[in-house]
Design a protein around this ligand. Structure first.
Ligand code: NAG
Ligand code: NAG
Length: 381
């Protein structure tokens, strides 16, 4: 009898303990007291409340995507670590890695150890990374040799051309990407300079945005001599593709007669893949592809994406992320407003901000959108 009631007491106590722990775990009662023993101001709780909100927030139908080689592993994990620290550790979005060769076990182990969502690894099918049968490979080779002689950046590179064509026309139809609607593109060696405490994908969806960018810039004219004329021919044959209230003034200074070389720098892109998957864009890409410019010239995916977004989307669906703090190579975006930098804990130098410098297209973008430039811009042009 005595043993039984002992067991009963232990059982009741145990159940109480489990219940107590459970209740306290779902609703932690944390009291904030400063060093003088007084409760801390309510606003000091804000970061904790944000954390709670991130934990319970519904994720968007979105993923990160990185095209990378095994040899770029360490440059890429630097980018991933930065994106995770500033953004994704709060939201845990998946990450799709794509490569035209199989990823090494080391690459998979290291990257998946850092990604806080699910990491997925895909091989690019041969037909998305090679010559279509309508391309004259001798002509393509002659053009690469000529571009090399002319010292055009990546002018001699075959793989760079395959990469640009893949990013222009195929990445969003890779089987791993078909599971998602939105993506954020991340390349090796990029920096994120500010805390991003809101879900950028959610922002895009709720505000009806389709395409988002951080840096815009001029293209090298020698890489795209016939891209604009080919686009004009496409539009003449398919006038219905042009959106009302589009952003043509971002890509042309003369109402569409010529290309001003402005484009969104596509190494950072947050966009909705339904746009790339649409009949309009597919038709445009096929038209460009058949003209051969990805191989006979060296068309980049950035001008191709940018021209499409600027002509085929209403301009209010294009968004400039001015609060990320982003660097790729020598060009950086850094919020010019000091309060914004402090609020978002940015560690970039406003002097490095490229947005309103001569070679950037920030001024064209602000004008085309009818946006007011930040008042600090005059000191950073
Ligand atoms: C996400 O988007 C893809 C592509 O549109 C779709 O096939 C998939 O069903 C969506 N997933 C969810 C959970 O809505
Ligand atoms: C987004 O589009 C929907 C449907 O057209 C509209 O109802 C909604 O008000 C729009 N939201 C914003 C923030 O513009």
């Amino acid at each position: 009898m005595a043993r039984l009631s002992n067991q009963l007491i232990v059982g009741v106590l145990g159940a109480f303990l489990i219940f107590y722990t459970f209740v306290y775990n779902i609703e932690p009662k944390i009291i904030y007291i400063n060093t003088d023993g007084e409760p801390i101001d309510y606003s000091a709780l804000a970061p904790l409340q944000k954390e709670q909100q991130w934990k319970t927030q519904q994720r968007e139908n979105a993923t990160f995507v990185s095209l990378a080689r095994n040899s770029e592993m360490y440059q890429l994990v630097e980018s991933i670590r930065r994106v995770e620290d500033r953004f994704n550790r709060k939201f845990h979005y998946d990450w799709v890695f794509l490569n035209d060769e199989p990823f090494s076990d080391e690459f998979k182990a290291l990257t998946s150890s850092i990604v806080s969502g699910t990491a997925k690894y895909g091989l690019i099918p041969k037909e998305h990374w090679g010559y279509p049968d309508y391309i004259d490979q001798k002509k393509a080779k002659a053009s690469r040799d000529k571009m090399k002689a002319d010292n055009i950046i990546y002018g001699e590179s075959e793989s760079y051309r395959h990469m640009c064509r893949f990013e222009s026309g195929f990445f969003f139809n890779h089987p791993l990407m078909l599971d998602y609607e939105w993506y954020w593109r991340v390349e090796p060696d990029v920096h994120i300079y500010c805390d991003v405490d809101y879900d950028l994908f959610k922002y895009m969806r709720e505000n009806n945005k389709t395409y988002g960018f951080a840096i815009s810039i001029h293209e090298f004219v020698k890489t795209i001599p016939t891209l604009w004329d080919t686009t004009k021919k496409f539009v003449e044959e398919n006038p219905e593709v042009i959106a009302e209230n589009n952003l043509i003034d971002f890509v042309s200074n003369d109402g569409g007669k010529s290309y001003n070389l402005c484009h969104f720098w596509s190494n950072f892109e947050i966009a909705n893949m339904n746009f790339w998957r649409s009949d309009t864009y597919q038709k445009y890409f096929d038209y460009l592809d058949r003209s051969g410019g990805f191989f006979y010239e060296r068309w980049g995916d950035a001008p191709v994406h940018s021209i499409a977004a600027s002509l085929f989307l209403p301009k209010d669906q294009i968004h400039y992320f001015d609060d990320i703090g982003y660097r790729h190579g020598v060009y950086a975006q850094c919020p010019l407003n000091a309060d914004l930098r402090y609020k978002n804990k940015c560690h970039c130098k406003p002097e490095d901000d490229f947005t309103f410098r001569g070679y950037s297209c920030g001024k064209q973008y602000f004008a085309a959108q009818g946006l007011v430039k930040p008042q600090e811009w005059v000191d950073y042009q």
